[in-house]
Design a binder for this molecule. Structure first.
Ligand SMILES: Nc1ncnc2c1ncn2[C@@H]1O[C@H](COP(=O)(O)OS(=O)(=O)O)[C@@H](OP(=O)(O)O)[C@H]1O
Ligand SMILES: Nc1ncnc2c1ncn2[C@@H]1O[C@H](COP(=O)(O)OP(=O)(O)O)[C@@H](O)[C@H]1O
Length: 509
């Protein structure tokens, strides 16, 4: 470690940035030595090469918030989430960039690794390109780099091509960013390992932390660069990556895969032949008999309803991983999030729903009632916008964990701000499903009920910032169910939610 390390500013990059840092330091982005400068980026876009003429087709950049690095800093220590140094970026250029919603600083310069990252599922499978190349020797290597589980179609093609080319197969699940269909990267790795069991025993599986790129051409170029670093001589594209490039060998006029010493093979038109019970080129199948792959939507519907995925689409082992990642709705966690004014009937509905679910006994249920949360989880918080938002995020965090473990969480805060509700929806849907119930009882009715006498106090100015009186309530435009308890009885209100849960498949009738 350099002696000055402790005096340099440090920064913990986000998950995708950490992933790319790993590619830089492992050699997967060789010959790149660091993050691209403005001149490099222009040259990459125009000519598919760095400013010094080195062949390089993919933008690799590093952006931090504008205030993260002092103006005179020459070095930045990049550390992992525990604050332990991973690498040093020697800053040779700083440029304005948009980062998320705020102003950002794009930093360029060479990166020196201090140590390899240590954590993350399936880390033991991650090998450096040099290690993989040493293992596979000089034989042709057929790779596929993918963000989605491999089905029978890809497996059929891999077997066919590997046979033709006498190539060893290299499967590169891309584990930075969301995985298609299965969500979590570790679920993708499990699905790819299950697929590998259908391929020759010499098949290698190496997870690669390549973050998703903007646009299909960029994505394919990035996959090609990484596959070549791992020793691939041939890369089979998957549907998504091939679509825009038209399946040709160059993504655009600036990019020639041959410069990587590699051939990109388009997946071409294959279909399932029910007569021969194999996937094969369309031309070999009696016209009209062919069967194609299901769309993601169709496949998701099968999984949601618990219908088995047919064996001609996916080997049983891969289908089992998909089911695990996306269980049928009857087993999947769901958050019922009630929002509405004070006195609208949220707590009553939430408790009635909990009781009805307890009576059924087929799902586990947790109630995160507004009042209870304010006493335990959020004690000490005020009713300022910041504190209300924090309160809602805390509720969302706990509800997400309940959903992750397959339970039903019922929440009943006022949740007056649309942005906080949206943040919770986004958080929850990473782990399960989300249903927003707007308890839309009119303000006049809530005020007339005034069970706690709070509206009277708010009108009298004794309580400030009272929702609906002196503080905003942003009406949801994304509610999955709207219930006005001034016209809907308690029984009908709970029946409406139960009906929605049943129609959606979360409860089995
Ligand atoms: N200023 C102000 N505005 C709104 N509500 C107030 C306020 N002060 C106290 N209370 C009582 O707190 C309950 C609302 O808390 P929540 O945690 O649901 O609110 S929020 O979602 O964080 O906005 C709410 O309970 P419910 O009536 O059950 O909604 C009120 O009783
Ligand atoms: N469906 C309904 N029909 C009639 N009154 C209701 C209904 N739901 C709730 N109430 C009444 O409204 C009042 C406020 O309900 P509560 O559940 O405490 O609201 P919140 O939690 O939104 O503040 C209570 O007196 C309750 O009995």
């Amino acid at each position: 470690m350099p002696a000055e390390l402790a005096t340099w500013p440090a920064w913990t990059p986000g998950e995708e940035q950490l992933a790319e840092l790993e590619l830089l330091t492992s050699g997967a982005f060789a010959p790149l030595a660091g993050y691209l400068t403005t001149a490099d980026l222009a040259s990459v876009a125009e000519r598919g090469q760095l400013a010094d003429g080195t062949f390089w087709p993919v933008p690799v950049t590093f952006t931090v918030p504008a205030d993260a690095v002092p103006a005179d800093a020459r070095h930045l220590v990049l550390q992992d989430q525990e604050g332990s140094p991973l690498a040093v970026l020697q800053i040779t250029e700083r440029a304005d960039a948009r980062a998320g919603d705020g102003a950002g600083l794009r930093l360029a310069g060479p990166v020196t690794a201090l140590r390899a990252p240590e954590h993350g599922p399936f880390r033991a499978l991650r090998r450096t390109p040099a290690m993989v190349r040493a293992t596979i020797g000089t034989a042709p290597v057929l790779a596929i780099a993918t963000r989605r589980p491999l089905g029978q179609r890809q497996l059929g093609q891999l077997r066919h091509l590997a046979d033709q080319l006498r190539a060893r197969v290299l499967l590169l699940p891309l584990v930075a960013g969301p995985a298609e269909l299965v969500g979590r990267p570790e679920a993708l790795v499990r699905a790819v390992l299950a697929a590998a069991r259908q391929l020759p025993a010499s098949t290698l599986v190496v997870p690669v932390p390549l973050a998703p790129r903007d646009g299909t051409a960029q994505e394919l170029a990035a996959r090609a660069v990484v596959a070549a670093a791992y020793g691939a001589t041939h890369l089979l594209t998957d549907g998504a990556a091939a679509a825009e490039s038209g399946g040709t060998r160059s993504v655009d006029s600036n990019f020639d895969f041959a410069k990587l010493g590699m051939q990109v093979i388009s997946e071409g038109e294959w279909a399932f032949d029910p007569a021969a019970e194999v996937w094969r080129p369309l031309g070999l199948i009696e016209p009209g008999m062919e069967r194609g792959e299901l769309s993601d939507g169709e496949l998701s519907e099968l999984l949601d309803s618990g219908t088995p995925v047919p064996d001609w689409l996916m080997p049983a082992g891969v289908a089992a991983e998909l089911r695990r990642a996306r269980p049928p709705r009857s087993d999947r966690g769901v958050v019922v999030f009630c929002t509405g004014l004070s006195g609208s009937g949220k707590s009553t509905l939430a408790r009635d729903l909990r009781d009805a679910l307890l009576e059924r006994g087929d799902r586990t249920v947790s109630l995160l009632d507004g009042d209870l949360v304010r006493r335990l989880l959020s004690s000490g918080l005020t009713f300022s916008r910041e504190d209300r938002d924090l309160n809602i995020l805390r509720i969302g965090f706990v509800a997400t964990e309940v959903a992750r473990h397959g339970g039903i969480a019922i929440c009943a805060p006022i949740a007056p701000y649309a942005a906080a509700r949206a943040a919770v929806r986004a958080m929850v849907t990473e782990a399960g499903d989300f249903m927003l119930v707007h308890v839309a009882t009119p303000l006049e009715v809530c005020e007339a009920r005034d069970r706690k006498g709070l509206y009277a106090k708010a009108r009298a100015g004794i309580i400030g910032s009272f929702t609906g009186i002196s503080d905003p309530y942003e009406e949801p435009v994304d509610a999955d169910l709207v219930i006005d308890t001034s016209v809907v009885s308690r029984q009908d209100a709970v029946a409406a939610v139960l009906g929605q849960l049943t129609r959606g498949g979360w409860l089995v009738s």
